[in-house]
Design a protein around this ligand. Structure first.
Ligand code: NAI
Ligand code: MG
Length: 494
């Protein structure tokens, strides 16, 4: 970890930005208004490119193109198996351009290139291939009903899917949204996050190269209250799939009421990570570090409330602090860097304000707590000890490299405290006692529970939230239900 690194190995530097326009009906174009917005490199705070800024007029064009492509042309005529082939072709192209896409992600988001290459891109490719396999397997049932009738169900594509994604895993969120929608036969209008539009736009080019018919995938970068809200309100859009903050989801739910859109939400969390005294301590410490600091702490499922059994509290904290200090901050293109900058000034300011709140509330900052360096939105890996349940750092989603340690004594106590939150996205438990592990798994109100591991994701395993962490599930077979309507057909046999 902290051992001397001989020579910083810098991989390919800034990749070429090839695409900055909107994708509507198979063509790249400027926004109607002619407006653009800048996207920045968070490691240098310098502008990378100006991007076409879509708003209501462009969303309207995109939604109409997606509607037309859903109802006529090549897409609705295509065999399900051929839809799967297109998804596989897109996966092949992602594989072929893996280095370029990973570098684009690192440039725009700031995440270490080693992570873009080893985590984001392989997960993107896997997700596309997984749903490619589903395209021709969306079957219905035959149902024995009373009387002489033949009754069966069909799973039909829901229609035009509006998809709004955040900036923390830009291309992976594209894959999580596009793959099940396309496998199901929907068409798409996507609004990428204003902080990180680049990889999505490049992926739009690759989708056209793969052979998706025009209008099936439309991309409109822009801001939330303009482009995002217009997408949510558009009458030609049948559903909204959103990932981001729960407060934004509340606005979207209100805006969607007029057209009664189907909604799926994948929102934030304040996930409890519970360490019992009988755990493999070194594994628990390593998993805790990864569970919070991975991706600069910008994970919806970050294990930000670390409950540690009192007996091992001191030893755990000293080992954790050692690991936090050994994290290597720096140029995200340097392959030895393990922590890059936060995505932008707003997130950087928000995180520092939470560190202030932690100090003011009387938590003990045992490492970090400050900006790192003079340029770029870097924040030191920060650990607060002696945190109590009511402090803002223990209740609010910080979305940065700030970890809270909360000591506990009894299993019943820790279950109650773990559930004392409006969120319910994920949880983890570290113990060698199988009974304890399953007791926690069964009683923590969260969509995912990891036992002796953290952040294990797979395209086949459903992911989503209880309570205010979301509605519906992504990944796995579950996500296909977000993009299909169930139709019942009954035929008189007399
Ligand atoms: P956000 O929820 O505002 O943004 C996510 C997406 O929603 C972006 O594409 C944005 O343009 C869009 N959006 C914003 N307002 C909208 C509206 N009225 N209608 C339709 N779309 C809209 O999140 P933001 O501002 O980027 O981050 C703020 C906080 O949210 C973070 O500090 C973090 O706590 C949380 N967050 C959680 C994420 C998660 O994966 N759970 C991802 C990103 C942020
Ligand atoms: Mg950016």
């Amino acid at each position: 970890m902290a051992t001397a690194v001989a020579k910083p190995q810098r991989a390919s530097s800034a990749p070429k930005v090839r695409q900055t326009q909107l994708l509507i009906d198979g063509k790249w174009c400027d926004a109607r208004s002619g407006k653009t917005f800048a996207t920045y490199n968070p490691a240098t705070e310098q502008k990378i490119a100006d991007i076409a800024e879509g708003d209501a007029a462009d969303i309207d064009r995109a939604a109409k193109a997606a509607r037309k492509a859903f109802e006529s042309g090549d897409w609705p005529k295509m065999d399900a198996r051929d839809r799967g082939k297109l998804l596989n072709r897109l996966a092949d192209l992602a594989e072929k351009h893996l280095d370029e896409l990973a570098a684009l992600e690192t440039l725009d988001n700031g995440k270490p290139l080693r992570d873009s290459r080893a985590a984001d891109l392989p997960l993107v490719i896997d997700c596309l291939r997984y749903y490619a396999g589903w395209a021709d397997k969306l079957t219905g049932d035959t149902i024995p009903i009373r009387g002489n009738y033949f009754c069966y169900t069909r799973r039909e594509p829901m229609g035009v899917a509006g998809q709004i994604i955040p900036w923390n895993f830009p291309l992976l969120m594209v894959a999580w949204k596009w793959a099940p929608a396309l496998a199901a036969g929907c068409t798409i209008v996507m609004k990428p996050a204003e902080q990180t539009p680049l990889s999505c736009l490049r992926f739009g080019e690759l989708a056209l190269e793969a052979g998706f018919p025009k209008g099936v995938i439309n991309i409109v970068p822009g801001y939330g209250p303009t482009a995002g809200a217009a997408l949510v309100k558009h009458p030609e859009v049948d559903k909204i799939a959103f990932t981001g903050e729960h407060r934004t989801a509340q606005i979207i739910m209100g805006d969607a009421a007029q057209t009664l859109k189907r909604l799926t939400f994948e929102l934030g969390g304040k996930s409890p990570n519970i360490i019992f005294a009988d755990a493999d301590l070194d594994a628990a410490v390593a998993g805790t570090e990864f569970g919070l600091f991975f991706n600069q702490g910008q994970c919806c499922c970050a294990g930000s409330r670390v409950f540690v059994e009192e007996k091992i509290h001191a030893e755990f904290v000293s080992k954790l602090v050692k690991r936090a200090k050994a994290r290597k901050l720096g140029d995200p293109f340097d392959l030895s860097t393990t922590q890059g900058p936060q995505v932008d000034q707003a997130q950087f300011d928000k995180i520092l304000s939470y560190i202030d709140k932690g100090n003011e509330a009387g938590a003990k900052c045992v490492t970090g707590g400050k900006r790192w360096g003079k340029k770029g939105f870097y924040i030191e890996p920060t650990v607060f000890d002696e945190v109590t349940d009511d402090m803002p750092i223990a209740t609010d989603e910080i979305f940065g490299p700030v970890l809270s340690v909360l000591p506990f004594k009894k299993i019943d106590e820790v279950i109650t405290r773990a559930n004392n939150t409006c969120y319910g996205l994920a949880a983890a438990v570290w113990t060698r006692d199988v009974g304890k592990a399953h007791r926690i798994a069964g009683s923590v109100r969260a969509g995912t529970v990891w036992i002796n591991c953290y952040d294990v994701f797979d395209a086949a395993a459903p992911f989503g939230g209880f309570k205010m962490s979301g509605i519906g599930r992504e990944l796995g077979a579950a996500a296909l239900h977000n993009y299909t309507e169930l139709k019942t057909v009954t035929m008189n046999l007399d």
